[in-house]
Design a protein around this ligand. Structure first.
Ligand SMILES: [Zn+2]
Length: 314
């Protein structure tokens, strides 16, 4: 059993990868996500793609050690996916459903950000670390914790959800999760844009950001790098919140390193250093020089983590 599939189910596309134990990723591709309340049609699409892939490569089903599947929602330690709002699903034992439809077992499921963290830990930026926290800055703020090769899932699947740690108890607007004052409301791509718009509205200071009809997180960071004072203020503001949340997480987990990924992390070293500085201001002196790194696997972190899960368990 030298092969496995790594699958990462997203809100718009499903990423799939065929992996071998010896050589890692052999082949990867994407299919569109079939939304709806019933996961069976989507699982049927994945099963069909797997069959096609196996016959194209002359691989028998018996040679597949298993499937790892990352899902966009919390997964508890019993394998229950506690809903995936972006797709339309409620609570579902996704692994069991998938095994029936795919005719392959076992199917390991996990939260997408947690699997991305495991992917970076096993194949990417965290290859040499014994433990890490990964934070994904995208449309939302995802998080995953890997300790000694194991994803920390937690009793209810809440472990690692750093994006929903409360950083402002006085916030009046609600987060997507229904709570108020979550890190995600400030430090996701959407949150950063919201902050930028707020800063610009509340001041009449000139800024190159004012030339854009619609500001994006990329423009915010580009303008900050170019030295625009207002953009820099906003970047520092969101970085301080991120650094603070990471510091708080480190008081509980204290991992060897912090990995930052997701679309916003394309702002690179500039963003990383700003967050690291803010982190250092919020921890004990002996904890200050923790390793910070940018993610390496980008969109492929999820399928890599899913595959790592299979090869580690089998
Ligand atoms: Zn939230």
């Amino acid at each position: 059993m030298e092969y496995c599939f790594g699958v990462d189910i997203g809100g718009t596309t499903i990423k799939m990868g065929l992996f071998s134990r010896a050589d890692g990723l052999l082949q990867k591709w994407e299919i569109p996500t079939k939304k709806g309340t019933d996961p069976k049609p989507l699982l049927g699409d994945i099963a069909e793609e797997m069959e096609k892939c196996l016959s194209q490569n002359g691989i028998k089903k018996e040679e597949i050690a298993g499937v790892g599947m990352a899902a966009p929602g919390p997964v508890n330690e019993d394998g229950l996916l506690r809903g995936a709002v972006n797709i339309g699903w409620g609570d579902v034992f996704l692994g069991e459903e998938a095994e029936k439809i795919m005719g392959i077992s076992p199917v390991f499921i996990g939260n997408d950000a947690s699997f991305a963290a495991l992917g970076e830990y096993t194949f990417g930026a965290g290859k040499d670390a014994s433990s890490l926290i990964m934070i994904t800055l995208g449309t939302g703020v995802g998080g995953g914790v890997v300790l000694n090769g194991q994803i920390l899932m937690g009793k209810t699947g809440t472990a690692g959800e750093i994006g929903h740690t409360t950083i402002n108890p006085f916030e009046t607007l609600s987060c997507n999760c229904g709570k108020k004052g979550c890190l995600e409301q400030y430090a996701s791509a959407t949150g950063m844009v919201r902050m930028a718009e707020k800063f610009l509205k509340e001041s009449d200071k000139p800024s190159t950001l004012r030339q854009f009809d619609k500001i994006t997180a990329k423009e915010l960071w580009d303008q900050a790098k170019n030295g625009d004072e207002m953009a820099l203020d906003i970047a520092i503001y969101v970085s301080r919140l991120l650094g603070m949340a990471i510091a708080n997480a480190c008081y509980i987990v204290d991992p060897e390193m912090i990995v930052i990924g997701g679309g916003v992390s394309k702002a690179g070293q500039f963003l990383l250093e700003m967050v690291q500085r803010a982190y250092a201001e919020n921890v004990f002196p002996h904890c200050r020089d923790k390793k910070f790194a940018l993610a390496k696997l980008h969109n492929d972190a999820g399928i890599h983590g899913a595959a790592a899960m299979v090869f580690e368990k089998r």
